[in-house]
Design a protein. Structure first.
Length: 85
């Protein structure tokens, strides 16, 4: 079996010092925004079910998936703006 004549050369374009702290903090913020958006939209759905607003939403020509998706997107946008400020 012949040996490979290919030489691998690792090139690091955007992180020449290979410091992961630069990118782990950004990923931590993104993870927190995602988790908060999902948890707060779940809390909003539970609160609307308790107050009876969910029955009005479900009587509209929307699927439950569309209602849940819109709540996740809206809460995600609010949390992202709050993190940016």
């Amino acid at each position: 079996m012949p040996l490979s004549t290919v030489n691998l050369d690792v090139r690091i374009a955007f992180n020449p010092n290979v410091t992961t702290a630069w990118f782990s903090s950004v990923m931590g913020i993104i993870n927190n925004v995602t988790m908060l958006a999902i948890i707060m939209s779940g809390a909003a759905i539970i609160r609307e079910r308790e107050h009876g607003a969910m029955d009005h939403l479900l009587s509209m020509p929307l699927t439950p998936f569309e209602i849940a998706t819109s709540k996740v997107w809206a809460n995600g946008l609010v949390i992202t703006v709050a993190v940016g400020v």
